[in-house]
Design a binder for this molecule. Sequence first.
Ligand code: GLN
Length: 318
Amino acid sequence: MKTRILVKEGEYRLAKAGVMDAKIDAEELYCYAADCDKVFLFLRKEEEADKDVEEKFLKLIERRAQRVPLQHITGEQEFMGFKFRVSPDVLIPRQDTETLVTEAAQTVRQEFEKGMEKLRKASIFRKFKGLDGYEVLDLCCGSGAIAISLSKMLESVSVSATDISLPALKLAAENAVLNRVGVEFYQGDMFDAIMEGRQVTTEGPRAKARGTKVKQFDMIVSNPPYIKSSTIPMLQEEVKGHEPMEALDGGKDGLDFYRKIVKEAHRWLKPGGWLLMEIGYDQGEDLRKMIKDSGFYSPATVIKDLPGKDRVVKCQKL
Ligand code: GLN
């Protein structure tokens, strides 16, 4: 069969199964089966497809038609231009979350500029550490996409990350190795992870004494679970049937994790330290109010994603 016809057949089967981007996914799966890139596919589409590739491709199409996410088949997802391994143990990194990472990186760079400015005005003998010593914490890190991207983008910043799931952290640690950055991963429920100091590496957990003092960060970022429990049954089959519920379900009103974070983050932030969280498109006002009512932070700013929806909330510890 001609490659073009084969890929078209794949597209047809996916569309029939209700897959949203049937054409794109069929092409991706062909490239995965043939171990080639898209350019190669387009150059060779009038040629006969290899028999082995055809068989492999149709098997992959069959899995995708059962609504297994494309990324679970290929085992990877790109995020901020970096490659991440994914599995059913972690939420697949979303493009929406690039808004959070971009905003966080910009905020750190602005802090750096401010520091440089202060230094220019002060005595030439005063020392400015630059970004060295700037510490970021990513709560509920999942695959590690946020923490690792920030570490790649802001080289001298040190990044720690926590998650309650050990399998997620092991994958995140692998992703850090894959992307050649040194992020520290800790297992535990939210801030307890940092307190208890159970560090996780690609080999698994190992104890690392942290001492009893609450550590303070310059910035805390998080993309916690924020979907309302009642909305979960309405999600796409790929999401509700294959992605970890504990990474999605934010409780009755979707705000459970924000309540915990807003209540506690200020203890873990230096004065003037930043808190940035991804939010659902309709949670901006709730978060603005929650942050204001806590009394611990500056008024929150809500930042929109590329399609123009509220996506990130940002405030500073007073
Ligand atoms: N944006 C994700 C989704 O709708 C949810 C991510 C989250 O709960 N943190 O699939």
